[in-house]
Design a protein around this ligand. Structure first.
Ligand SMILES: CC(=O)N[C@H]1[C@@H](OP(=O)(O)OP(=O)(O)OC[C@H]2O[C@@H](n3ccc(=O)[nH]c3=O)[C@H](O)[C@@H]2O)O[C@H](CO)[C@@H](O)[C@@H]1O
Ligand SMILES: C=C(OP(=O)(O)O)C(=O)O
Length: 425
């Protein structure tokens, strides 16, 4: 029942604090559940709905969790897990629920998945996860609505991924970390979040080598210890705030953003006319010239992040000419185009390809977030639009961005979050 209301036209200036990474903290909560003694402390935890759901899910399986939101700190005591069931009413609300499976297999010998949520982006298969568990010795029973995985002690094995799945890599590393013997994972994901998770698991006592090479070796150990770990900054949150500056012709300082992690996104925005400069640990972003059109093809890291493709589509609406976007990771990510067209954009979609004809002035109207990233892309569109834009299904934005309205307001944007009796989500 959350909706965002944006009144456009303000140029963004000032300092934004980049949150901890959603896609790192979720597997880290899964990793904390592998420790059968002691309390794990996670710092720089983003206060987002997905983390709140992960806390509820961890509690549902028996862990004791304190989420100190003001301190952005999670304290997780997984010394007693009591239930292998990932209940539908929580697990269906976020994708990260899938990351609890390895701990359940090791700690309770089985995992019962009643549902898996996450952004609605077309087909989101889990076959690499299941195939990997099977190769490590698990039995996977894929029922119509419930998936039951049983494992009486996993054994290391050679594994491969057809494509370098992000959560697939994290899950198979966690499954291998406490399996007996050696596991090799070929074609593993290279995302910075995966490396941060490997860093935490290594400090817990896991023996993992090859992170960042696509070829990971895990030597199983008998136990993992609870540790303290600081979650890396969220490169997607940083990319969004950089694009907010770009879209309004503004100038912002991003505290906690890593230019290195932005990778290709940085180069593409530079080609469009956005300037980046590092000032010690602060990333300065500004745009004071006309935006140029761009060609973007999404890919796994270090390619252009699919999660930033939606906000980039909004930026492209304002560029002087036609931009070309090819989405290669998810087959259902272009619902945004229809919403932007309602605001005056001219975007043509043909399967996995879109052409954005810019520049088109955007006009405020009522639009709907179809997933987290289309939601934030519509907030960006609202910043550039004349009049008022309301974005329904705002819960989806809250899944991944902490205190968005406050952080935007601190930069001078007119963004409000409100509870609406009319809209779902
Ligand atoms: C919680 C989390 O970290 N979510 C991120 C993660 O999602 P997630 O880990 O779900 O994304 P994957 O990398 O697994 O999926 C990418 C593609 O591979 C396909 N695939 C994946 C696994 C599998 O077993 N079989 C299969 O076919 C999917 O259908 C999809 O088309 O990476 C995505 C791609 O960078 C990001 O958009 C998400 O924000
Ligand atoms: C696709 C996303 O998230 P999830 O995998 O959690 O659905 C996202 O963060 O854009």
């Amino acid at each position: 029942m959350v909706r965002y209301r944006v009144r456009g036209g303000n140029v963004l200036r000032g300092t934004a604090f980049i949150q901890g990474a959603k896609n790192a903290v979720l597997p880290m909560i899964g990793a904390a559940l592998l420790a059968s003694e002691g309390r794990t402390v996670l710092r720089n935890v983003p206060v987002i709905e997905d983390v709140r759901r992960a806390v509820e899910l961890a509690e549902a399986i028996g862990a004791k969790v304190e989420f100190h939101e003001t301190e952005r700190t999670l304290v997780i005591d997984a010394s007693r897990l009591t239930s292998p069931v990932l209940p539908a009413h929580i697990a269906r609300r976020f994708r990260g629920s899938v990351l609890f499976v390895p701990a359940l297999l090791h700690r309770l010998g089985e995992a019962i998945i009643e549902g898996i949520g996450g952004c609605n982006l077309g087909s989101r298969n889990l076959d690499f996860h299941y195939l990997g568990y099977k190769r490590l010795g698990a039995i996977v029973d894929e029922g119509e609505s419930v998936i039951h995985i049983k494992a009486a002690g996993l054994l290391g094995a050679p594994l491969y991924l057809d494509t370098p799945s992000h959560t697939g890599t994290e899950n198979l590393i966690m499954a291998a970390a406490l399996a007996k013997g050696t596991t090799i994972i070929e074609n593993a994901a290279l995302e910075p979040e995966v490396l941060d998770v490997i860093g935490m698991l290594s400090r817990m006592g896991a023996k993992i080598s090859g992170g960042g090479t696509g070829f990971i070796t895990v030597e199983g150990v008998d136990e993992l210890t609870a540790v303290e770990h600081t979650v890396m900054p969220d490169r997607l949150d940083a990319g969004v705030f950089a694009m907010a500056a770009a879209i309004t012709g503004g100038e912002v300082n991003l505290v906690g953003a890593s230019l290195e992690h932005l990778g290709v996104v940085r180069w593409k925005l530079e080609q469009m006319g956005v300037e980046f400069e590092t000032d010690g640990a602060v990333l300065h972003v500004r745009r004071d010239r006309n935006l140029r059109p761009i060609n973007v093809i999404t890919d796994t890291y270090p390619g252009f992040a699919t999660d930033l493709q939606s906000p980039l589509m909004t930026v492209a609406c304002l560029a002087d000419g036609s931009s070309y976007i090819h989405e290669r990771i998810f087959d259902g990510r272009f619902a945004l185009a229809g919403e932007l067209n309602k605001m005056g954009a001219q975007i043509e979609v043909d399967g996995s390809r879109a052409v954005v004809h810019g520049p088109t002035p955007l006009h405020g109207t009522e639009v709907t977030a179809h997933d987290l990233r289309s939601g934030i892309a519509l907030v960006l569109a609202g910043l550039a639009a004349d009049g008022e834009t309301t974005i329904d299904s705002g819960y989806l934005i809250d899944r991944g961005h902490a205190a968005l309205a406050q952080r935007m307001q601190a930069l001078g944007a007119d963004v409000e979050r409100e509870i609406s009796p009319l809209s779902e989500g």
